[in-house]
Design a protein around this ligand. Sequence first.
Ligand SMILES: [Zn+2]
Length: 476
Amino acid sequence: MTTAGYEAIIGLECHVQLRTRSKMFCTCPVQNEGAPNATICPVCMGHPGTLPMLNRAAVSLGLRAGLALGATLHPESIFSRKHYFYPDLPKGYQISQYDRPLCTGGVIHTELGPLKLTRIHLEEDAGRMLHGDRSTVVDWNRAGTPLIEIVSEADLRSPEHAELAMRTLHRVLVEGGICVGDMEKGHLRCDVNVSVHRPGTPWGTKVEVKNVNSFRFVARAIRFEIERQIDLLDAGQRIIQETRTWDGSKTVSLRKKEGSADYRYFPEPDLPPLVVAPDEVAEARAALPGVPLDLWLAARDVAARQEWRDRYGLGDYDIGVITGDPDLERWFLEAVAAGGQPRAMSSWVQGEVQRRNNIGQLGQLAPRHLVEAQRLLDAGAVNRDAVKALLENAANTGVSPEAEAEAQGLSMVSDEEALRRIAAEVVARFPQERARYDAGNKGMLGFFMGKFMAATERRADPKIGSRVVLAALEKR
Ligand SMILES: [Zn+2]
C-alpha cells in the first residue's frame, strides 16, 4: 500500500494456543475460563523447589505447526527464561525459546502472495488481569498454557495482505488440529509491527500493536497506524518506538518498547535441551493430510469447486456464496437431493433462504418447499409474487407451497402464454420425433402431449394443452 508516497512495512507475531489437555510444564488442565486461580499449582506458580516437566503433546503440536507451514524442524532446541515484571506473571519470567527455537523458516501462502516466516517457537502463556470497576483480580489460570509463537518476516505491504495471511494461518491451525481457533477466547492473537517510509529510503521506526484478536481488526489497526504515522511524519514529527493496543476504533499507546536485551534471556536451567526424535516428527506428519497444509487446502478448494461446477453447472460466484456458508450449502444440497434443478435452487438459496436466514425467519420452511415453488413457477401456475407468498405461508405454517396452491385452486395451469412456451420447449427437445411427425406420422401428437403434460406436472388445462402443442408442431 502506498499512501501519499509512503510505503508500509508490516510483520506479524502470532501467539497460538495449542490444543492440549494440560499445561506446558505441569499437569494443571488448560482451562482459560471459570473461577480465577482454580487451575494453578506450585509448578506453574514457580514456587521454590518445584521443577517444570515438559508436556510432549505440546511439542508434538509445535512440530505439526512447523510441518504444516513448511518450516525447518530442529532436532535440538533450547528453552530460555524471558524476564519481566508484571502481576500476571507469577514466576517473574516466562519460559520461552530464544536463540535456538523449535522451527525456523516456513511460509504462509495467500492469493496476495507469500509471507515468509522467521521462526516458530514454544512458550508458556502468562496469566491475565480482570479489571473491574473498583478492583482488579489477577487470574493465573492461563499461566503456563502451551503456546507457539509464529514470527513472520516484515514482508507485508498492505493491511489486506496481513488480514488474509492471518485468515490463512487460522485455517491451517484449525484444519491441522493444532489449535481450537476460538478467536474470542484469544486462541490466536497477533501482534502487528508497522512502520512507514518513502521507497528508496531506510525503513522507518516500527510500532507494535499488541494482541489483535480478530481478522478485521488486524486490517483496521494497520490502516489506522499507517495513517497515524504518515500524519506525524508529514507534520515533521518523529515516530517513537512503542507498544500500542487496538481499542476497537484506534491504536492507543501502552508503553515505550523495550529492546530484547531488556528481557535478560538466559537458558532455562531446570530443563534439558529439547531433543526431538525422528518418530515424533513422523507422528506429527501423519496427523496432517498434506504439507504444506495451506497449499494442500487451496488445492482441495480448487478440486471441490471444479466438482461443483461439473456436477451442478454453477458459476464460481454462486459456488463461492453457497459453499462459503454452511447453512446455505446444506439448503442447496438438500433442495437438489429433493429433485430441484441446481441453478434454480442456487437462486432460491441465495435469495429467499439467505434473506430469511439473516433475519432469523426461516420458520418451518424446508428445502423441498423450494423445489415445489420452482415447479409451480415452471408450470406457469403462479407468478413470482404468488410463489413468494406461498413460501411465506410455508415458513409460517409448514404447509407446503403445492398443497397451499392446490387448496387455493391455483394448480390448474391455464396461462396460455406460459403453456405455449412449455410446448415449444418440449417440441424442441425431441427433434427425431418432430421429424417423424413432419413426415406424416400424426400419431406422434400423443407422444408430445404426454411429454407436455409431464413437463407441466399434469397441471395444464388439457384443452389449452392440446391446442398449444399442435400449434408448436405445426410451426415451421
Ligand atoms: Zn500447574
